[in-house]
Design a protein around this ligand. Structure first.
Ligand SMILES: *Cc1c(COP(=O)(O)O)cnc(C)c1O
Length: 360
């Protein structure tokens, strides 16, 4: 079997062109005589790779000049702790909106550092929607408001940016960053683990407004102190060099594809293909409220759960893999990140139609 269509939620599919380029540069990066993996992170070759990655990301997301971009380790999970450690700035409380699995993980970690106030929750309907802003109860003394802008497991996505007034808005955008243009200036901080929609695991990206930097709790480890990392261009210690190089290749690929507006058009089309099938079928169903459905992670159920194993087995035989839903929610899930070509979604939809016709 050659390459499959990989619907994994993460680590996830990467653009084939990027993998080919990395393969071609593997042994000898641009006449340096060595692999990127073997380079000093302080050498001019690697510094050029890191600076280009940062500049390309800034251009792709139109990140204003008063925001720092940090390339860190520890995944998005490290940021669950680093965000309160850095952003409390003398305050004691932070607001969190609870929309499911990853919100809960962020909340549990933040509770070690501050008083967490749940400003809104969608737990009443099994995390199947985003609570509308009218129902949020924000605290005036919160240091920041935290949202999970795309719940990777529940498949629930914000298609609007909350208004939190003067209180900085913080978003865990791990599973939909770069899937569409966003107005970065509406956020105090955006963070994302790389292994969903950016590159290989081992890298996390933090985009943070400069005036929020510099007030870290004294216990903050230096590697998680945004000020220290910003002053050291994310190289206080050895960064995950190969992951950063790969992310940079993905940024170049995105620019070649026409940037985030072009990605959004393709992503909308991919999501529409899949949701149209789910909505028009009585064999499949989507558990998520229509207005809040994720364009990146599409959970779905089969009418008869006893058919799930057969579905997965036959899908795999068609080269469609990693469709099993997260163990905490069951069912199926198709993650259709930027790197999933529309042909992969078409192949999935066609397979699902045939499967429903045979087993419905
Ligand atoms: C995957 C994921 C995380 C955890 O990421 P790690 O890099 O494994 O720490 C956090 N938040 C969201 C929304 C995710 O999808």
């Amino acid at each position: 079997m050659g390459r499959v269509y990989n619907f994994s939620a993460g680590p996830a599919v990467l653009p084939e062109e990027v993998l080919i380029r990395a393969r071609d540069e593997m042994l000898d990066w641009r006449a340096s005589g060595m692999s990127v993996m073997e380079m000093s992170h302080r050498g001019k070759e690697f510094i050029s790779i890191a600076r280009k990655a940062e500049a390309d990301l800034r251009e792709l997301m139109a990140i204003p000049a008063n925001y720092k971009i940090l390339f860190l380790q520890g995944g998005a999970t490290a940021q669950f702790a680093a965000v309160p450690m850095n952003l409390l700035r003398g305050r004691r409380k932070a607001d969190y909106v609870n929309t499911g699995h990853w919100s809960k993980r962020a909340i549990a970690e933040a509770k070690k550092y501050c008083e967490v106030h749940i400003a809104a929750s969608s737990e009443d309907r099994n995390f199947s929607y985003v609570p509308p802003q009218e129902r949020w109860e924000l605290s005036s003394d919160a240091a920041y408001v935290h949202i999970t802008s795309n719940e990777t497991i529940g498949g629930v996505e914000y298609h609007w940016i909350p208004d939190t007034g003067d209180v900085p808005l913080v978003a865990d955008a791990s599973s939909h960053i770069l899937s569409r243009p966003i107005d970065v200036s509406r956020f105090g901080l955006i963070y994302a683990g790389a292994q969903k929609n950016i590159g290989p695991a081992g890298l996390a990206i933090v985009i943070v407004r400069e005036d929020l930097i510099g007030g870290a709790l004294p216990i903050t480890p230096a590697i998680f102190d945004y000020k220290v990392q910003a002053e050291n261009e994310s190289m206080l210690n050895t960064p995950p060099t190969f992951a950063l190089y790969m992310a940079g290749l993905v940024f170049e690929w995105l620019k070649e594809k026409g940037g985030l507006a072009a990605m959004e058009r393709i992503n909308l089309e991919k999501a529409r293909l899949l949701y149209d099938l789910l909505d028009s079928s009585d064999f499949y169903a989507s558990p998520v409220a229509k207005a809040d459905r994720s364009r990146m992670n599409v959970p779905f159920t089969l009418k008869d759960p006893a058919l799930e194993e057969e579905f997965l087995r036959q899908a795999k035989a068609h080269g469609l893999v990693q469709l099993k839903g997260h163990r905490s929610v069951g069912g199926m899930r198709a993650s259709i990140y930027n790197a999933m070509p529309i042909e992969g979604v078409r192949a999935l939809v066609e397979f699902m139609r045939d499967f429903a016709a045979k087993h419905g």
